[in-house]
Design a protein around this ligand. Structure first.
Ligand code: SAM
Length: 217
């Protein structure tokens, strides 16, 4: 399945979207066409992607409903936005964006990081946001994890921060495959480290993955 299309159902019920790091502006265009979103801002901090976004929006004749904005992260956020999407950026960068700026009237965040998903989950122990759903989408053989966050508080355990409560519960075969790959990689690494010298974090991660896989039915 297409990784961006997979995010559309989470936008339903919202009216104004900000897509941060929009590049080609495909996500806001799809949102306008296929969800309840009536107006969108498509932002990027680089001239090249901004030019592409503007061209694509005009070609699709959506310039009346999609505004292309230049700016860094959430600094461009307007008061009328109720949902923000951030896809295709690294987890640490997204984490710093969410820590830095006020989220004004946004009540829903849809995040699809390219890596370090746990750095976004960990934020829910620091900010008044909670993760209400997670999905895994395999697009052109690459697995992408997407997170749906709502305003609220739901503290997470270390296991949930590392592996995602909703993903563990969902038991998607694609997630099992990813966990098996992670475990194989960890086992190989640990087999090369002399006894007693392996970092405790690595051993703990290995134990948690084994625990999740043992519970898989
Ligand atoms: C790999 S593209 C992802 C495009 C699209 N969101 C997607 O998922 O296909 C990342 C985009 O984020 C933009 N970007 C990187 N850092 C940014 C920042 N701090 N603020 C806004 N945009 C940023 C880049 O210029 C690039 O266009």
């Amino acid at each position: 399945m297409d990784r961006l299309t997979a995010l559309l159902p989470w936008m339903d019920g919202h009216t104004v979207l900000l897509d941060v790091g929009t590049d080609h502006a495909r996500l806001p265009m799809e949102a306008i066409k296929h969800t309840s979103i009536q107006k969108a801002y498509a932002s990027d901090n680089k001239k090249g992607p901004l030019k592409v976004a503007k061209t694509r929006v005009i070609e699709a004749r959506l310039e009346n409903v999609i505004t292309v904005l230049e700016g860094d992260g959430l600094a461009v956020l307007k008061d009328d936005v109720d949902v923000v999407t951030i896809a295709g950026l690294g987890g640490s960068l997204i984490q710093s964006m969410l820590l830095k700026d006020d989220l004004k009237n946004v009540d829903t965040l849809i995040i699809q990081p390219t890596n370090k998903v746990s750095s976004i989950r960990a934020l829910t122990n620091l900010l008044p946001w909670m993760i209400v759903d997670e999905i895994i989408t395999v697009d052109k053989a690459i697995p992408y994890i997407s997170l749906l966050l709502k305003k609220g508080c739901m503290p997470m355990t270390d296991k949930e921060v590392l592996f995602g409560k909703a993903l563990i519960a969902r038991k998607d075969p694609a997630y099992r495959e990813l966990l098996v790959q992670d475990l194989t990689f960890l086992n190989t690494l640990l087999s090369q480290i002399p006894d007693g010298k392996a970092p405790e974090k690595m051993r703990a991660k290995q134990t948690l993955i084994k625990e999740i896989l043992d519970d898989w039915t």
